[in-house]
Design a binder for this molecule. Structure first.
Ligand SMILES: [Fe+2]
Length: 292
């Protein structure tokens, strides 16, 4: 199937150019360094629901405007680990390998290297995330995004039937112990803020009504009511099925890119890069609804 054609909005002037058959679009003719109009907001929101990942190139986005734009879409939730916040902006998190003068990481380092949907371990997981490139390595450090709509629609019937009656157990402390052991351990207080939570393995997008896979290798520990190991194997099988290349858009970062993705219909992961290069990104996350 070819990539769909670009469209332009008469009401806002925004142009939306799809990047792959299933997922991703570049949004052109909008300036995020100033407050957006209601028409621009509605067109961006529609494009997010349709394309799941939106790329805005060449944007000036200081933290204040990053917060301003993000907050149009809902309540902002800062990182569980408070020391990764941008000074004076607790809702903005650094994703970075840069160290401060004391030698401490200023942000989340090697974050999200395994497929996941952001903060799915909360009762109300994130609607969306906005990641802005300040300093990007010349190669590597791409972000891959997979369409959970496309994955859902391609599920074999028997697997679909099983998932339709299953709930995944999303567990941050388990994730941290397994994938983030290079960082200082979570404090008891941090652990207490994110006890495991179960969500439907297939969720309904609250705006479009489309169904999406909602299990991820990185944050879904197992399946509720199943033997722990058997549930884990099912999660991994589904996550691997759902992230096949035909469902994926791979974003190669340039400084001044803003990427806004819909966590209700995607999974994503970061990829490796040469750690001698500085990587400095800022992220906001917008709270969503209880999955159903
Ligand atoms: Fe993430």
């Amino acid at each position: 199937m070819p990539t769909p054609a670009a469209t332009a909005s008469a009401r806002s002037g925004i142009r939306v150019r799809p990047l792959t058959e299933h997922i991703g679009a570049e949004v052109e003719n909008v300036d995020l360094s100033r407050p957006i109009s209601q028409a621009e907001f509605e067109d961006i929101n529609d494009a997010l629901v349709t394309h799941s990942v939106l790329v805005f190139r060449d944007q000036d986005l200081p933290p204040a405007m990053h917060v301003d734009f993000s907050a149009r879409f809902g309540r902002l939730v800062g990182h569980l680990v408070k020391r990764f916040s941008v000074e004076d902006y607790p809702e903005v998190t650094y994703i970075s390998n840069v160290r401060n003068e004391k030698g401490e990481m200023i942000g989340a380092d090697r974050a999200g290297m395994v497929w996941h949907s952001d903060m799915s371990y909360f009762p109300r997981p994130m609607l969306g995330s906005m990641l802005y490139g300040v300093e990007c390595p010349p190669e590597g450090a791409d972000t891959e995004f997979a369409s959970m709509f496309a994955a859902h629609d391609a599920l074999p019937a028997s697997l679909h039937a099983l998932l339709a009656r299953s709930r995944g157990v999303h567990d941050y402390a388990w994730h941290y112990a397994n994938y983030l052991s290079h960082r200082p351990p979570l404090t008891e207080d941090e652990k207490a803020k994110a006890p495991p939570v179960a969500h439907p393995a297939l969720r309904t997008h609250p705006v479009s009504g489309r169904k999406a896979v909602y299990l991820s290798e990185g944050l879904t520990r197992t399946v509720e009511g199943m033997d722990e190991e058997a549930g884990r194997r099912l999660v991994v099988e589904v996550s691997q099925f759902a992230t096949q290349p035909q469902f994926v858009y791979r974003h190669k970062w340039r400084p001044r890119d803003l990427v806004f993705w819909d966590n209700r219909s995607t999974m994503h992961r970061a990829t490796e890069f040469d750690n001698r290069h500085r990587r400095l990104m800022r992220r906001t996350t917008v709270e969503g609804d209880v999955p159903f």
